[in-house]
Design a protein around this ligand. Structure first.
Ligand code: DHB
Length: 390
């Protein structure tokens, strides 16, 4: 009994992040960035790592006198790996901040570690509404699916779309997208002919698309995670769904800037709602896209990159506010309420929810200078996560 208590106490101490003590000893400020660098979600990891490194290149690796160290780990998007890596980073590396989180199950797996060790967890990608409620140490710089879906549900019925079928990946963000899109669409007088869910891992869209073709709605609303959009688009085209008069709409995950340019003409005129387009016409974004492409063999940044870039800003600003000292709670407090201009537009970290408040844009895929872009044509300002009003 006594021995067990001792072991538990030792484990607890090990889980307490070093924070101010490390500062006093002149130790580096460590950011443990856990991302899917291989496997199905690899583009998410590639985009976020590139953006985080760009942030450091542009803003220096010293903040308030403290050297910043990025430690990147590949979780292959398996939540058991994410958990194991987070534990290792907290206990052995004594990281000051955990960050990344390519998919929702990864963020959920790490939430208890963040709480227990009082380590801030900056979620740069995962987008299920409830994530920020899983730990008071979570701060999000990506978006939420309810936030991105509601704008499309308002736009569609005003633009000739009266019946839809929804097709979503069968896990947190897909279920959020399905619920918030269809509730609002029905409220606006629309009809939902069917709600289809495809597995997250190795999805085969063909039988689902065949079903949609038979139902012949005005539009198919799609949510699939970043990296899966091109496959949906290809099969949508191959089945002649566009020619059969079915429109493709969705959140901007499906016309992901990482893949959009290779999707071909089937993507033309697809309308989506989202928080970031590489074509966002602000000087800040032009500068960001140019620098990102220059540093990454012309790779176009997508919404994941922006989540990572802004996540780094939020960490840097919080560290500055603590005068380089850090400390779990002090850092989270320093992240709350930050307002800044992101490449996506104005962004606010809501102090109550620790979630991101931002503009949601309606965008249409257009060809410009031989390339495909999500061209913004309308904007809904200051959108809070509708999922938080439950
Ligand atoms: C999530 C992952 C994505 O790639 C995306 O585009 C949206 C949400 C997620 O798992 O939360």
């Amino acid at each position: 009994m006594k021995k067990r208590t001792l072991i538990q106490a030792a484990a607890c101490t090990a889980l307490l992040s070093a924070g101010p003590l490390a500062w006093a000893q002149g130790a580096p400020f460590k950011i443990g960035l856990i991302l899917p660098m291989t496997g199905q979600q690899a583009t998410t990891g590639r985009q976020i790592e590139a953006a985080a490194r760009l942030w450091v290149a542009q803003n220096g690796d010293t903040v308030a006198g403290r050297k910043v160290e990025l430690i990147v780990k590949d979780d292959t998007s398996l939540p058991d790996q994410t958990r194991r890596l987070a534990q290792e980073l907290v206990v052995n590396e004594k990281v000051d901040v955990l960050a990344g989180m390519g998919i929702t199950p990864s963020a959920m797996a790490v939430a208890p570690i963040a709480t227990q060790s009082k380590t801030p967890l900056v979620v740069m990608a995962a987008a299920t509404s409830s994530i920020t409620e899983a730990s008071p140490f979570i701060v999000r710089t990506s978006f939420t699916l309810p936030q991105a879906s509601v704008g499309m549900a308002d736009w569609a019925p005003k633009n000739g779309i009266k019946t839809v079928v929804t097709l979503v990946s069968d896990y947190g963000p897909g279920i959020d997208a399905e619920k918030y899109f269809t509730d609002r669409f029905v409220f606006n007088g629309g009809k939902v002919a069917d709600k289809l869910r495809v597995p997250l891992r190795n999805p085969d869209f063909a039988p689902f698309l065949q079903k949609v073709r038979d139902l012949k709605p005005d539009a198919l609303f799609v949510f699939v995670p970043s990296g899966a959009g091109a496959a949906v688009m290809k099969q949508f085209g191959e089945r002649g769904m566009d020619k059969a008069g079915i429109k493709l709409i969705g959140t901007g995950d499906v016309t992901d800037d990482d893949q959009l340019n290779d999707m071909g003409d089937v993507a033309l005129n697809v309308v989506t709602s989202h928080h970031y387009s590489a074509a966002h016409p602000s000087p800040a974004n032009k500068k960001f896209v140019e620098a990102f492409q220059k540093a990454n063999k012309n790779l176009r940044p997508n919404f994941m990159a922006v989540g990572g870039y802004d996540g780094m800003r939020v960490i840097y600003e919080a560290l500055k506010k603590t005068g380089g000292k850090g400390g779990g709670q002090a850092l989270v407090d320093g992240m709350k309420g930050q307002i800044f201009e992101s490449p996506r537009g104005p962004v606010f970290i809501d102090a109550q929810t620790r979630d991101v408040v931002q503009t949601i844009y309606l965008r249409k895929v257009e060809k410009k200078d031989g390339q495909l872009w999500n061209v913004e044509f309308d904007a809904i300002k200051d959108v809070k996560d509708p999922g938080k009003a439950r």
